[in-house]
Design a protein around this ligand. Structure first.
Ligand code: SAM
Ligand code: SF4
Length: 335
């Protein structure tokens, strides 16, 4: 057994404390969103994928090292068999304050109630348009009605917070932003708009042409809504506004137009067990190798996690005008 240093908080070279872990529990998905995946994706063979037990062991190690929030994502997390039990087990970890999930909503109609029972309190649901043809064009395989019914099923379960995530692409759905905010207001839920990030090579659009920055979305929204800047600090990359006279918050995640790296508190675990220290860089550590080389040795695992903090980069290096330097897709990354 190795002995751990007395201070086990996860602090990087720039003094940032890491207390938020995002775990991709599968690279598979029932959708093929044009900004996230290629049409003919090859998914990982099972032997390369962490087992549910390994994911739990890793989550446990991170929580022992001070991680307070875990987001389970993918791929589509709810298509992985055993996902709900895994969520319940992670949710029961002592010291974890928040367990949240990001889903495309396709399975929520049948799984919302079990998801609530598993202890998840907040969910993000991706929804880029309310037009069924555009929805099909963006997701390639998705059905808007399923997702809308899934959102209603989630609402009926009374989650603490439901937030829509919408990736806005010029020429595809940029004319939808007011409709989407109105949908959020009508349903008393929140919404965040996300600038597309250059992860993996996509073929259906040119990312430079499709770039629709947050400030243009804000200008579009200003024609229909009064947005009041929120002073609330979420610790995340979103800048929040309140829609005047409603409970709805509108967030903007702007990796290009508003760099948020100086307050970054998160790392990501891929389903292959690679710990990614930054969304926009390849710096990573193979935690699956540590787990499999030293089964049951939680100190070895925790030491590897602590050491990984030393290579967390200062900031992401996205450039939509060049071919992506990051060849992994978002479904591999755990968005
Ligand atoms: N399948 C789930 C979903 O769609 O919500 C969870 C995984 S998905 C990778 C997580 C989030 O990443 C979604 O909100 C999706 O819209 C977003 N996303 C995927 N590819 C992206 C990209 N290239 N740039 C920005 N956001 C992206
Ligand atoms: Fe699947 Fe989510 Fe990627 Fe869409 S964004 S392809 S739903 S993982």
């Amino acid at each position: 057994m190795t002995s751990l240093p007395s201070s086990t908080a996860l602090i990087d070279r720039f003094g940032r404390k890491v207390d938020y872990l995002r775990i991709s529990i599968t690279d598979r998905c029932d959708f093929r969103c044009v900004y996230c995946m290629a049409e003919d994706m090859t998914f990982l063979p099972r032997s390369q994928v962490l087992t549910l037990e390994e994911i739990y062991t890793l989550a446990h190690g991170f929580v022992e090292l001070g991680v307070k929030k875990i987001r389970v994502t993918g791929g589509e997390p709810l298509v992985r068999k055993g996902a709900l039990d895994l969520l319940a087990n992670i949710g029961a970890l002592e010291g974890l304050k928040e367990l949240v999930i990001t889903t495309n909503g396709s399975q929520l109609k049948s799984l919302a109630s079990q998801l609530k029972e598993s202890g998840v309190k907040r969910i993000n649901i991706s929804l880029d348009t309310l037009d069924s043809d555009k929805f099909k064009a963006i997701t390639r395989t998705g059905d808007l009605q399923d997702v809308l019914e899934g959102i209603q099923a989630a609402k009926a379960e009374g989650f603490e917070r439901i937030k829509i995530n919408a990736v806005i692409l010029k020429g595809r759905n940029h004319l939808e932003v007011n409709n989407l905010v109105q949908f959020a207001v009508d349903n008393e839920i929140d919404i965040s708009f996300i600038e597309e990030m250059p992860l993996g090579i996509v073929t259906q659009h040119d990312r430079t042409d499709a770039y629709y920055p947050s400030h243009l979305i804000q200008a579009d929204l200003a024609q229909q809504f009064a947005l009041i800047p929120s002073i609330e600090k979420t610790g995340g990359p979103s800048n929040y506004f309140k829609v005047a006279g409603t409970q709805t918050r509108v967030g903007f995640i702007s990796p290009h137009s508003d760099n948020f790296c100086s307050t970054c508190n998160r790392v990501r675990l891929t389903v292959e067990g690679r710990l990614l220290l930054c969304l926009g860089n390849e710096h990573s550590v193979d935690l699956k190798a540590v787990l499999r080389a030293y089964p049951g040795d939680s100190d070895k695992l925790k030491q590897a996690i602590i050491d990984a903090m030393l290579i967390k980069p200062e900031k992401h290096e996205f450039n939509i005008h060049e071919q992506p330097i990051i060849l992994r897709y978002m479904n591999m990354t755990g968005g």
